[in-house]
Design a protein around this ligand. Sequence first.
Ligand code: AMP
Length: 375
Amino acid sequence: MTFKELNIAEPILKALSNKKYEIPTPIQEKAIPLALDGRDILGLAQTGTGKTAAYAIPIIQQLLLSKALTNKKQTIKALILTPTRELAIQIDECFTDYAKYTGLRNTVIFGGVNQRPQVDKLRQGIDILTATPGRLLDLIAQKHVQLNNIQHFVLDEADRMLDMGFIHDIKRLIPLLPVKRQTLFFSATMPSTIASLSKSILHNPLKVEVAQVSSAAETIEQHLYFVEKPQKSDLLITLLKREWNKSVLVFSRTKHGADKIARILNKKGIGCEAIHGNKTQNARQRALSDFKTGKTHVIIATDIAARGIDIANLELVINYDMPDVAETYIHRIGRTGRAGQNGIALTFCSSEEKVMVSDIQKLTGKKLNALLIPA
Ligand code: AMP
């Protein structure tokens, strides 16, 4: 199955082929035809499965067709709600890419930065808006955003949205949307709170499910090093020197730890940057773009900061510290090996952290084999 066979319109096909996307991922193959039919979707999929394009492509295509019919002025017709700024930025970048030849306009709003540039952009007329809940509510209260023309609404990463305490914001936003709309709801997990939220906002939805990263991550090679805490930084330096040309994401359990690792590496001449909640939004974005453009090869992140960051061709994930829960391990290693590419995940485990190994193996159904520490 190709995108062409899914009857994707020519301007979108052209944009996809610029990115060398020809074959839809499983979630795209399932969701796109249903969404193009105007159906509501309950999608169970994690980041890394290609879910952003699974909703972005049918939204762009439907807007493209209705634009040709009505030539309506640019009011917001599609809203994508997502929990973090990083995700919001990435989603908006996807719309920029896929809608490049359509004349549709998209932008993104999120908190923690001056609202002026965002408001200026909105004033120019926007078809597709990606937003985090807080800033969206702020700008609605100030009358910079109206939701009464929304035809397509996406709730992305619904489970994280709830984890991060956004439930009240979501409940305030839903009544502001037109009742007649298409809703696409995505979540990596489906606990009962999410199931009941989905019921309250979806209309006769079709369920679309793809394998969890725990099984999808077959392409990720996973290894373990038994190494005590004081020796971890030496091991990291040895590995990074060996893999000097790979892009590497290193996970630290704490912000303080992330800074410390970054200091040690920089001292050794290994250019790297740390991203975590204590850094400003601008510093985080700069670190990410340096990494994406290859200016730095190593980034050190805490779990929260790394949520959903999408780095194409991330080849190696190193768990400097064991995660606190096994699910986090899956989220972390899922940053590599995306869309069927190969990836490697190396985990440093001290004697204190050994208890986690069996939890992880149980969850992934895979044995983590231990490697000898290189001399
Ligand atoms: P997502 O799950 O939306 O975060 O997407 C995961 C990664 O897969 C992103 O880097 C996308 O750009 C990439 N991707 C999405 N769709 C395709 C496709 N059909 N072929 C190749 N890569 C894709």
